[in-house]
Design a protein around this ligand. Sequence first.
Ligand code: SF4
Length: 258
Amino acid sequence: MIREVRAKSILNRSSIGDYVINPYVGCQHACIYCYAQFYARRWGRTEPWGSYVEVKVNAPELLAREIERKRKGIVYLSSMTDPYQPVEMEYELTRRLLDILRERNWPVLVQTKSPLVLRDADILGGFGQARVGMTIVTLREEVRKVVEPGAPRVDERIQALEGLKEQGIGTFAFIGPILPGTSVEEILELVEALRGKADVLYFDRLNVKPGLKSKLDTAMRRLGVGNWDRNLDSYYRRMKARLTEELGSTGMRYVFVY
Ligand code: SF4
């Protein structure tokens, strides 16, 4: 269900960057591990995650006003939704917001799972500072279909990163959450696939928000990963230590955010 709404504000303070813009509420990518669904539920949304999107149709108008009153800072798109989910094809909200930010020369940090971002390379290439990242948790399509059922294919995301880089836009890959049961070798294979396409790699762990466990149980069962939530902390400690050992020799820049 897609519903048009009018938001009260759009350029909000954030711990990632200085500001965050969420042009939509809800996300058609429907990732099972998405923490935004936990907050959406807290705000009273009870429908299944991925089944609804609210489109903040007045977002460009709000931004044009708010940007005049605020001190310039890095704007992150987006923390609670994917700015390039399918509905963006029709509404072009993200595109219009970027255009306003570029006109005022505000720096942006865009994170998505969709190659649709390439549509806006003409705008992104005109920023003094713009970085665009793809979130990728696996190279395996059979895993992607289970954990990110509404999101684009992984190979398309990698190609999109390459396309952005070719157009001189700064890129990063966000490898997170690393899913329990993933081997170090699988992650290294993904790192290799990203060589030359992502300027920086970020790694993150899974944080199991309340209410998400049963969804994760079902998904992990489908993927054949038993007892996935046992000793999670030590799994991520070992993963970090092993990856740190291996990544040094790749010459690639990386950051663990956990
Ligand atoms: S793409 Fe991002 S916001 Fe959308 S469902 Fe997946 S994790 Fe959540």
